[in-house]
Design a binder for this molecule. Structure first.
Ligand code: 5GP
Ligand code: ZN
Length: 108
């Protein structure tokens, strides 16, 4: 938990946000500035700065994020039309929130 991190605040309940899904390791919520008809963020509860900071022992959370995207896409009925999953990595890669997250974009 990083006090100044927006996603830690959301996960900690300090910034009220509706979760479409949550379990012991991750949460899913809508992006506040959507770039697609469906634009969700899949966010591990543990504060990890970016993809660059992932270690071999983090394999499980990465797999959980991807499999959750697949399931949420199905629930949102965007599986058949298609979707993208995306990680922005560090400033040059467009990352603005430095708490690891995966974008799920679809519904076009
Ligand atoms: P990044 O560019 O870091 O990969 O993406 C961060 C995303 O988080 C952006 O698409 C932005 O719209 C979203 N975002 C930033 N602050 C908030 C917030 O307070 N609530 C929600 N729901 N989304 C946020
Ligand atoms: Zn954080």
């Amino acid at each position: 938990m990083e006090k100044s991190c927006t996603f830690c605040q959301i996960i900690g309940g300090e910034k009220p946000t509706e979760f479409l899904y949550q379990d012991e390791s991750l949460v899913v919520f809508k992006d506040i500035r959507p770039h697609a008809p469906v634009h969700l963020l899949i966010v591990p509860k543990r504060h990890i700065r970016s993809l660059n900071d992932l270690k071999d022992e983090d394999k499980e959370i990465v797999a959980e994020m991807i499999l959750r995207a697949q399931k949420i896409a199905k629930e949102q009925k965007i599986s058949d039309s298609g979707y993208k999953i995306l990680f922005n990595v560090e400033r040059g890669g467009g990352q603005v929130i430095f708490h690891l997250h995966m974008h799920l974009l679809g519904g076009w």
